[in-house]
Design a protein around this ligand. Structure first.
Ligand SMILES: Cc1cc2nc3c(=O)[nH]c(=O)nc-3n(C[C@H](O)[C@H](O)[C@H](O)COP(=O)(O)O)c2cc1C
Length: 176
């Protein structure tokens, strides 16, 4: 791989630029951008390359209204990726399964690509998974993992006070 310093700096800039958006404008995200975000999720690594992720794209009013019934954290986003995983398609050995890990890696790719192309976003864990399955008629083996509301933040969109509060490396890393 021939990686220039410019490549490295650009990637770091994307990582440092990302923050959770909790106020979205109504402005829709173009299909071109939606597909680009999905494509960057598609190329994510998964255990044994089984690719169990199943992603539902909500932009219609009726579907966004359903999401509002299962979470208070859509924050008016005009686009929500419902990141799910098919338990039956994931790598399983003994009692271990990669279904959740695979889907979160895919979602991370998507979140960072959204940031890369200027689409504001947030990762949502706080939602009623059973109710979401019921409202969207998802099969039993499809497990909702995360919601990714996306769009354009309002003009006063700023990182929350938590954004800069990261633990030091000393607190989270042990050199063995
Ligand atoms: C796994 C996960 C679950 C999260 N769930 C929620 C949520 O349900 N509601 C919410 O408002 N933010 C949620 N967040 C956003 C976090 O609160 C946020 O990432 C964290 O406070 C750091 O802020 P930053 O993203 O602006 O750097 C979640 C983030 C992650 C990674």
């Amino acid at each position: 791989m021939n990686i220039t310093d410019e490549n490295k700096l650009y990637f770091e800039d994307v990582l440092r630029r990302r923050f959770s958006t909790r106020r979205f404008k109504d402005t829709p995200v173009s299909m071109e951008d939606i597909l680009r975000i999905l494509e960057m999720g598609r190329i994510a690594p998964t255990a044994k390359n089984f690719q169990p992720q199943r992603i539902y794209v909500a932009t219609k009013e009726a579907d966004l209204a359903k999401l509002d019934m299962v979470t208070r954290c859509r924050y008016n986003a005009p686009l929500v990726f419902i990141i799910c995983s098919d338990r039956g398609e994931a790598w399983v050995e003994d009692k271990k399964t990669s279904y959740e890990m695979d889907a979160t890696i895919v979602a991370t790719h998507m979140m960072l690509e959204a940031t890369n192309i200027g689409i504001d976003n947030i990762w949502i864990e706080l939602f009623d998974k059973d109710e979401l399955k019921r409202l969207f008629n998802l099969d039993d083996n499809i497990e909702p993992i995360a919601l990714l509301p996306m769009g354009y933040g309002t003009d006063d969109n700023r990182p929350s006070h938590l954004h800069d509060k990261r633990k030091s490396l000393e607190e989270t890393v042990t050199f063995l």
